[in-house]
Design a protein around this ligand. Sequence first.
Ligand SMILES: CC1=C[C@H](O/C=C(C)\C=C\C2=C(C)CCCC2(C)C)OC1=O
Ligand SMILES: CC(/C=C/C=O)=C\C=C/O
Ligand SMILES: [Fe+2]
Length: 560
Amino acid sequence: MDSLWFSDICGHHVSPFTMLDFDQSCHRKHGFSLENKLVFGRKPYKQALTIARVVSPSQLAIVPSPDKEPVDPDQSHVAWTSVKQERWEGELVVQGEIPLWLKGTYLRNGPGLWHIEDYNFRHLFDGYATLVKLHFEDGRLIAGHRQIESEAYKAAKKNKKICFREFSEVPKHENFMAYVGDLAKLFSGSSLTDNANTGVVKLGDGRVVCLTETQKGSLVIDPNSLETLGRFEYSDSLGGLIHSAHPIVTDAEFLTLLPDLLKPGYLVVRMEPGTNERKVIGRVNCSGGPAPGWVHSFPVTQHYVVVPEMPLRYCAQNLLRAEPTPLYKFEWHPQSKAFLHVMCKASGKVVTSVEVPLFVTFHFINAYEEEDEDGRVTSIIADCCEHHADTSILDQLRLKNLRFFKGEDVLPDARVGRFKIPLDGSRNGKLEAALEADEHGRGIDMCSINPAYLGKKYRYAYACGAQRPCHFPNTLTKLDFVEKKAKNWYDEGAVPSEPFFVARPGATEEDDGVVISLISEKNGGGYALLLDGSTFKEITRAKLPYGLPYGLHGCWVPKK
Ligand SMILES: CC1=C[C@H](O/C=C(C)\C=C\C2=C(C)CCCC2(C)C)OC1=O
Ligand SMILES: CC(/C=C/C=O)=C\C=C/O
Ligand SMILES: [Fe+2]
């Protein structure tokens, strides 16, 4: 078999595994560095194509530095270590086979850089966004990653400090007046981050947008070069500073929720492809609480939008604090209860609001309508990754906790929470586990489904589960809601990211397709993984030149 190779601007051929050291020695010797766009492949040595180019030292990657809280480097997993360099692209050697029908680009976003100079961030969600691509075509795989050039990231690099309010980090003020000035900017939103580190979506018109919880953090990117093209400006005058991090995006529409912190409630809004204008479908007033519940995500059925009102609520006071509170920008209000509201998509009318058992979720999986024999909708089923109404998962996602795994079983239990919302005017809904949680190791999050089943009765979901003992979801799991069984994939010490299902063109079975995930390995390595959607067996593994940090959510951009 041909060996793996890299070629650099100096004409040296180097192993991918020494590439980073080599880059630094190249910089020492020649006063310049490689742009990290090195070819990584299986071509014969003499055909090596040198595509590295000179970059100035200021463009050099920011290298990881120790956490201010003591870190044992042997224990710090690459999943929780800042990305090694600003960008890289190259072809991967494929073990196994990539189906020839798989043509397009999987994009994955996530917080990949957790320090500026020697200042280390505290929480997973604070990191500056790292976008990863896996381009599949003709059985080949081109991979790449690149930092998203948000204003927050550019300002932090230029000024060597955090300049905007991140998830838990707040810029340090030189004096009291600067603090007061910053508070004023908070109300206008100008001090909030645009670090689009959570998800990435392809709009019906083809534009690809990276997102976070702040509206200003909606950034358009080029799915091929991963270049940041600019801000996605919403042209309406709906205002507000925040939105759900997970809009529902199809070829026909973009639906999202805008929480109203002043008059507790939510606007349900819709944007058509080719426009930047969101239009209001309707408004839901909160049934409890001093503030709306956090809406990281929400589900839809074919005719309804389900608006969740969690007792984990936004907290304006916590927004103003300089130091993070245990629940960051949120507060837990069990006495305020939990509700689900159902809005008709066509009329904007709230058809029911039911009280449900207390719950905590980041991610809804899917929802659908149940009908009686006359075709009347009698209830709505909505599924989510539910953390047993326990907010401690937010704390578990602090980098200090993620970086210290000593073999204890500290991942809080989670289950597939299945809500049943009656549409007969009853005041209460039910919440039960959709399957025995031991099927997926009592851990569950980061889910996807076959997008053709969005809002419809479905059988399968893909997610990260747990093989215990663990401190973070460490398996890929395929959930079967009919058999109430799960199939699990596990690689010791590996941290897999959200499994993403891509259907085979022409498929008639719900699980006919592949599941893509990016794996960060315990030895610092990493690989792209394809599982068969039906058998959940590995079909392809392609090693990356180095492991990438953990990432959150992805999307699929099919090749035209
Ligand atoms: C999850 C998840 C974390 C990440 O959050 C990023 C930010 C900047 C969130 C900020 C805020 C809230 C979480 C609550 C309300 C205020 C505000 C400061 C905007 O994005 C994610 O999706
Ligand atoms: C990583 C995660 C939530 C991410 C939100 O976008 C949850 C992991 C553990 O359950
Ligand atoms: Fe999310």
